[in-house]
Design a protein around this ligand. Structure first.
Ligand code: GLU
Length: 419
């Protein structure tokens, strides 16, 4: 038992156990690799619009400091607790190491239902959270980014709050900012584009035609919407999407650009069409070429894994597949090609890294440059994962995580244990 124990953290522990066994990591080395270096809990009081005061619990977990600053998103959701944040921080570490970024993993968040507070309250909460975090973050200590429930605007408030305390503009304190305030071109689209790019690569390797191919996307936030748009632009029919308000299905393919316009205006897919309404619980098991879960963790359990009818499982969300489901997918390797989360959604943090580099240098790139470099890194990591999976006869997830864990382990080994 640790303070982090809970269903999501236990999943990260379980996954790490599989990797540690595969790599024969001695028992006395495991806690050093797995347990977070720092965990911060803060109380964030704000004035509500009705004049009362409300206090929200905020968290930030910094997993390891071995390779550079820590890096990771900030989640505003009712589910957020220290265990979920710690698991997400650990996954960020393996993700950053896999794709070769000079970062440890971090994650943060506030337990809050953003749909239940006003825009002014959201701004007050975002600013107070960053203010409480100032002693623990910095451009060379810990760099935040968006995650579920946060967006470019929240990042701009974070950056402004930090900068006001420093007495100068410090754009490099967070990534995922609006381009107007030091963000990079291509960050908004980066995660979804990366998911679609890798799914396309796998389809081509499996000799599946893109044109007329089918895709299902769970989640229509920043990741899911851009993944769907990109798959649509490759010629696939996106036959189903869902978000927290429901699901839509059209065997002829949904009009994704129109749906994106709708969600930009109304905040969700609700109200787009009553004719196309579908049961959200059923979309994961639809027959399709590409299934992209881009919402929550732990949506694919063993029972769902048995019933999957996709050819490619492109994990846009963090941790969508449980360890039990992994055992099922291990036996279905020839039927379902898994692109594991730490690779599949890594385009987001890769372009966050580009944003941080551009902010530090005050030298900004064209969008083509951002995309070219993003895809190059994704290709390299994909090839490393594939080669490792083949060589060791292991699943793609085990291969991807083994590469990430090995890199962190090697850095710790060469630096030694202080003092
Ligand atoms: N929240 C995203 C993730 O889970 C992005 C993190 C970042 O850009 O630092 O990968």
């Amino acid at each position: 038992m640790t303070v982090y124990s809970g269903p999501v953290f236990d999943m990260a522990v379980n996954q790490f156990g599989v990797i540690a066994n595969h790599l024969s990591i001695p028992m006395d080395e495991r806690d050093r690799l797995l347990l977070p270096k720092r965990a911060i809990t803060v109380s964030c009081p704000i004035h509500r619009d009705d004049g009362t005061i409300a206090v929200y619990q905020g968290y930030r977990v910094q997993h390891h400091l071995t390779l550079g600053p820590t890096k990771g998103g900030t989640r505003f959701a009712p589910s957020v607790d220290i265990g979920e944040v710690a698991a997400l921080a650990i996954w960020m570490s393996w993700k950053c190491a896999l794709v070769g970024l000079p970062y440890g993993g971090a994650k943060g968040g506030i337990s809050v239902d953003v749909a239940a507070i006003s825009k002014r309250e959201l701004e007050a909460l975002s600013r107070r959270y960053m203010q409480e975090m100032i002693p623990f973050v910095g451009p060379h200590t810990d760099v935040m980014a968006p995650d579920m429930g946060t967006n470019e605007q929240v990042m701009a408030w974070f950056m402004d709050t930090y900068s006001m305390y420093q007495g100068r503009t410090v754009t490099e304190i967070v990534t995922g900012k609006p381009v107007a305030s030091g963000g990079t071109l291509g960050r908004r689209e980066a995660t979804g584009r990366g998911v679609a790019y890798l799914a396309k690569r796998v389809m081509l390797e499996l000799a599946l035609p893109l044109s007329g191919g089918t895709a299902v996307v769970q989640g229509f936030g920043n990741v899911g919407s851009y993944a769907a748009l990109e798959l649509h632009s490759y010629g696939l029919k996106v036959i189903a999407v869902s978000d927290h308000t429901g699901a839509l299905f059209d065997a002829n393919g949904l009009d994704i650009p129109a749906l994106m316009k709708h969600t930009a205006k109304h905040g969700s897919i609700k109200g787009f069409s009553t004719q196309l309404a579908f049961d959200p619980a059923e979309i994961l098991t639809l027959r399709c070429d590409v299934l992209a879960p881009c919402a929550m963790e732990r949506v694919i359990d063993a029972a769902v894994a048995e019933r999957l009818q996709c050819r490619v499982l492109a994990e846009g969300a963090n941790g969508p597949t449980t360890p039990d489901a992994d055992l099922v997918l291990d036996n279905r390797r020839d039927e379902v090609f898994l692109i594991p989360d730490i690779l599949c959604n890594s385009g987001g943090v890769v372009v966050s890294y580009f944003e941080w580099v551009q902010d530090l240098q005050q030298l900004f790139w064209e969008e083509e440059e951002v995309m070219r470099r993003e895809y190059k890194i994704l290709d390299r990591a994909f090839e490393a994962m594939s080669a490792r999976a083949k060589a060791d006869n292991i699943s793609h997830r085990t291969a991807a995580m083994a590469i990430g864990v090995e890199k962190v382990r090697a850095a710790k080994a060469t630096r030694g244990l202080f003092p």
